[in-house]
Design a protein around this ligand. Sequence first.
Ligand SMILES: [Zn+2]
Length: 168
Amino acid sequence: MFRLPLVLRLAAAAGACAPLAPAVAFPQERADVRRAIHETMIERARDGAARKIEQPGCRRLLDEFKDRNGRPLSENLATWDRVAAEYLRTIPFRDGSFHPFCRSGKSALVSVVGMRPVFVCPGFRRQAERDPWAAENWIIHEMLHTLGLGENPPSSREITQRVTELCR
Ligand SMILES: [Zn+2]
């Protein structure tokens, strides 16, 4: 049976992250969609994000935020048998330039709740150059989605704000 894909979550370039339900299935089967990207700027942002999530204060996010079943994200992380920074370092980053949310120019990163790939929009590269600190926080924001955090509530802005407060 055809099922609508999970609601996509995205970190928008403006810092807001509008929840949108895509009209088309996520084209996971396309080869270009599956392509992993390894770029210095993106990996640098990931390293910065990993250093932040190693701090106990930042890791509190994983206890504060819960998935749709009310389970803390830290419990979902435990199923991966990895510490948070290690988990973050192994999230596959893929080229998101195909994606309508990326093409709209409003999105920086796109992910599906509870799924690991994070799709990187061209806008993220620009942002990472302008404001590496914020780019690191967006990666952490997206990591929370991969661990099951939905949105609205909490709003994208609230998530990013909490990341900014706790992760330094
Ligand atoms: Zn989000």
